[in-house]
Design a protein around this ligand. Structure first.
Ligand code: SDX
Length: 434
């Protein structure tokens, strides 16, 4: 019976080592014993951007990138998108099991009764220029919440943790809607807790002086499904940022604010905004071949919304979103840009440049078309990603805080800088070649 070990021989010394294998991994700390002599620090693993490094164990989300599989706590994303709601999925991600009806009713009541923010948040937001990007407002405001809830620093207290997590899930739509209303010069609309989680968000965004905003059920359900699809995605860039910042035991508002800033980047959650700008720039289906030719040139533009670090097949979320677009367009009218998107996909799926690199549509490729058809401005698209991802960031943060193997993150480096040298008086220095 083969042993779960890796035998390595250090050819510099001829010594052989047995490294234990567990869960498909070796512990890179086990490499430190491999030395050329007593002075040697020992081997490290070198893995820029963590392409092949697991920095944690997790029981929340499973992805098989080759098979296009995404599961939250073991439930396939396709089944959750069809049968569940965002708040039910948020409960599942937070607690690990689907809720009973009473558990879901209690959780919904709890979330929908934490939707208000302190009145001073409005004053804080008014400090931004009218054209400030809503992601910068969102990240700053979530970080500011740590100043409003000092008990959030008690990260080892299970009750305090859950209170902050519910606060963030509940208040993210309010802060997002306020940031939109601020940019439009419109008065803030307060939460209406009689509406659903998504209906309340749409009301805070759209309501213009109505006693009760009439939520369109098709759009409400479409956004609810989009929120389900964006709820978590294992160790992506923004979740890793949240975990790393949270590892210093700072409060969860500050850790999640770091996640929002990471998501803001165009290679991550900012991609849905970049896709729409790309489609608008292409402008017509007839211009797609010319654009695709540019993408394949050295230093050419990326095909935004395509490619993924983990999915080397079609992102399962993109399949659901593409199907949903037709339902939304029946209500809003077809977004003409979808013809350009479909043609881009058609060409990419048969072009060797993309096939060889395993580049497929990801979650961001079609989502923006729906958001635009629903009337959201492009710079709100990453905000619509951040709202649902809040439960993922919070749950991954809590998993890290309660993981006995975790401690403050402090990676090593490979130093390639100047060797030790003595200080030189300014009158003796020569201009540097750089
Ligand atoms: C999200 O990690 C997550 O789970 C993220 C996310 C989540 O739910 O949290 O799924 C959400 O962020 C989705 C990704 C959204 N980003 C985009 O759509 C931006 C466009 N995509 C790329 O920037 C890129 O595909 C990444 C960043 C998503 C992944 O890049 P990798 O894994 O670092 O791969 P790479 O950049 O090394 O690319 C490998 C090759 C390169 O070509 P060569 O140097 O080998 O010739 O593929 C090329 C790249 O140039 N390539 C692309 C491309 N993506 C990669 N070429 C054209 N268009 C693209 N979109």
């Amino acid at each position: 019976m083969p042993k779960d070990t890796l035998s390595v021989t250090d050819n510099r010394t001829g010594k052989t080592y047995e490294l234990p294998i567990a869960n498909g991994c070796i512990r890179t700390a086990d490499l430190r014993q491999i030395k050329t002599g007593p002075e040697d620090f020992g081997l490290m693993g070198y893995d820029p951007a963590f392409l092949n490094t697991a920095n944690c164990t997790s029981r929340i989300t499973f992805i098989d990138g080759d098979k296009g599989i995404l599961e939250y706590r073991g439930y396939p994303i396709e089944q959750l998108a069809e049968h569940s709601t965002y708040l039910e999925v948020a409960y599942l991600i937070m607690h690990g099991e689907l809720p009973t009806k009473k558990e879901l009713d209690d959780f919904t009541f709890l979330v929908m009764h934490h939707t208000y923010v302190h009145e001073n948040i409005k004053t804080f937001m008014d400090g931004f220029r009218y054209d400030a990007h809503p992601m910068s407002i969102l990240a700053s405001t979530v970080a500011a919440l740590s100043g409003f809830y000092p008990d959030a620093k008690h990260v080892k207290d299970a009750r305090a943790r859950r209170v902050q997590m519910v606060r963030m899930i509940a208040k993210m739509p309010t802060i997002a809607a306020f940031s939109y209303r601020h940019s439009m010069g419109l008065p803030y609309v307060y939460p209406n807790n009689d509406l659903s989680y998504v209906g309340n968000f749409l009301s805070m965004v759209r309501n213009i002086g109505e006693a009760k905003y009439a939520v369109n059920p098709v759009l409400e359900r479409a956004l609810d499904v989009l929120f389900i699809l964006h709820a978590d995605h294992e160790q992506n860039c923004s979740t890793t940022a949240t975990r790393l910042v949270g590892s210093s035991e700072v409060d969860p508002f500050s850790a999640v604010a770091a996640g929002i800033e990471a998501l803001y980047g165009p290679l991550h959650g900012g991609a849905n905004e970049a896709v729409l700008r790309m489609l608008r720039e292409i402008g017509h289906v007839a211009k797609v071949p010319q654009f695709m030719k540019k993408v394949k040139e050295a230093d050419g533009p990326k095909l935004m919304g395509f490619g993924h670090r983990v999915y080397k097949s079609y992102d399962p979320r993109a399949k659901v979103i593409k199907r949903m677009a037709e339902q939304v367009f029946e209500v809003t009218g077809k977004n003409p840009l979808i013809d350009i998107a479909v043609e881009l996909e058609r060409i990419a799926l048969q072009d060797d440049y993309f096939v060889k690199r395993k580049l497929y549509p990801n979650v961001d490729f079609y989502s923006g078309l729906i958001y635009e058809a629903m009337g959201f401005p492009v710079d709100m698209f990453p905000v619509l990603f951040a709202i649902p991802r809040t439960v993922g960031w919070c749950s991954q943060w809590e998993e890290m805080i309660t993981d006995d193997e975790q401690k403050i993150a402090r990676p090593r480096q490979v130093y390639l800088g100047p060797k030790r040298r003595d200080y030189v008086a300014v009158e003796k220095r020569k201009p540097s070649s750089t």
